[in-house]
Design a protein around this ligand. Sequence first.
Ligand SMILES: Nc1ncnc2c1ncn2[C@@H]1O[C@H](COP(=O)(O)OP(=O)(O)OP(=O)(O)O)[C@@H](O)[C@H]1O
Ligand SMILES: [Mg+2]
Length: 475
Amino acid sequence: MTVPPAPEDLPATPPVRPVANQATAPAVAPVGDRRPAGGTAPPSGASVPPTGTGGNAGAFLDAILQTKSELFRASREVLRDSYVPARLPHREEELRKVAEILGPALRGDLPSNLLVYGKIGTGKTAVVAQVRKDLQARAGPKLSFITVNCANLDTSYSLLQTIGNTFAPSEAERIPTGWSLDRVQATMARFMDARRGTTVLVLDEIDRLVARSGDNVLYTLSQLNTELESARLSLVGISNDLKFTNQLDARVRSRLNEEKIVFQPYNATELQDILRDRAREAFNPDVVDPGVVERCAAYAALENGDARRALALLRLSAEMAERDHAKRISPDHVVKAKNRLEQDIVVECCRTLPPHCKVLLYAILQLYERRRNGVLTGEVYDGYRRLAERLGLQPLHARSISNYVSELETLGLVRATIVSRGRGGRTREILVDVPISETMPALEEDPLLAPVARPRSRGQMLLTNFDNPNRTGSI
Ligand SMILES: Nc1ncnc2c1ncn2[C@@H]1O[C@H](COP(=O)(O)OP(=O)(O)OP(=O)(O)O)[C@@H](O)[C@H]1O
Ligand SMILES: [Mg+2]
């Protein structure tokens, strides 16, 4: 048997899908980490191409390419969520604790299972990623890491399949979609045993997995060591829902909770340190006016001490300055950035939904566009199912879709109200709470939905309850 390649971070979307879904885009940038809609204007100093280019964007794009940003010294990726900085100020203690818990893996011992809690943007993912990197730099081939973002997984089936395929000895032996859950599980364990050694499985946003699929898969994984012969598995769960373990079976809860670390939100001063570090890396000297970092930090501190929000504000402030052809970023640009970010968040939230949830939302929006009147949950399900089939996906059961409707409701994207159907009893009617004119194109950017996306003329606007605040959209 050939030795499989070392497991890498798993793509954020389940990698094995029916044909139409193979091209699903990898994780999109998280909330607040998106460039402003409409693109960024040529940076300061860009030679603006003459008007009358016949609608050809090429000249504008060439101008952007040829012009070096006067603000950014390095790639602006440095301010993006996916960038893992070398230093994580104010997380020294958490880094030490995670390293102490996972470190025994270097000696061949099995680390305790660990749960990492904390509000959004408190550095949980970054700290675990940093420790992983440091451990991998010192570990031999017997230590494997797998990181899965459960927010992007539709089912526990796809989680087991994904883990199994990380250890698949060859392409031909990858676990296909369509096997029974038992078979997937047995094959996954066999692949892991063949690899031997210790695997640390990081389940980021583990609460989303439990909310969607219950705790069966965690039960399976947490007792896998009793089945494995030559391999060992240790679990690290990351969650921003402090109460999610209440939903777990007592055995699963005690197994996962062997160790627990809680991340506290950052205060404004800590956020300033984080931003200054990042600003030094990202910008040319002396382009950030006094008060910019302080203002970004203050806004983000009000938003529960979210470092992601603080960084997004700083990046967007720089982009606002570029649009103004300014040579420096000023506190006024932060105010503009804050307003822009608030608009973007809804759309970004839609982009980061898992595949079936995206299909469901798209079906709901399509129905709204066509019908312009109330749509009941049964009709929503039919719309979803038809769309999923057109996309070559195996539709999820009505119950899972009903859970997804509740999830969309929790996210504030739709509202469900109970309506009386006379003798037909009561049912739910779904109301749309997102700006359709921005949300549909955002969803259509996902290659998953490309086969059903309709061509749109540039700048086309659709009337929605958002576009006209006096109108309540109902589907
Ligand atoms: N102490 C820090 N120093 C530098 N950057 C940080 C620090 N903490 C967080 N960040 C940055 O802030 C962003 C958000 O951090 P991270 O993704 O780790 O948060 P999280 O706690 O996992 O949030 P969520 O619960 O939403 O997943 C990332 O870009 C990360 O690099
Ligand atoms: Mg995270």
